[in-house]
Ligand binder design. Sequence first.
Ligand code: NI
Length: 173
Amino acid sequence: MTIRPILTAPDKRLKLRSNPVDKVDEEIRTLLEDMLETMYQGDGLGLAAIQVGVPKRAIVVDVHAPDDPPTPMKLVNPEILWFSSERMLYEEGCLSFPDFFADVERATEVRVRYLDENGAAQEIEAAETLAVCLQHEVDHLDGKLFVDHLSLVKRGIILRKMAKARRAQAQDA
Ligand code: NI
């Protein structure tokens, strides 16, 4: 397993629409393992392949409580079949926006279809944190970021801060 570098906003690749995976093969399984390792290293709840620069429809999530054992999930070609009409606010972050958090409104429950790491079709229902996380990651596959759910003003503030942090980092280097 390899920890891969994570793209951070405003990297243009984060706005790409990712391509469906034709075949769940060894290359995809290695990618999924690397993504999990990279996500755990960054203390994230989820990661999409495009965040490590691979424009394929693959995501990993793990929303286990800090004291519980890990519950890694690997989803290839995930598709949200149903969103509950009930919605909730959840404070989201993203490994591509280090240190930024904002309340985003999403469906409280979703039903998701995907291929597992063996290429078998699966369907799950998820609620609350897992549901939010799945919606956030599937958004990444369509080039949509959590800040795109915010008002223009809030998004502007975060993106300006990101650009400023990036310039400061460049000066330090
Ligand atoms: Ni994210």
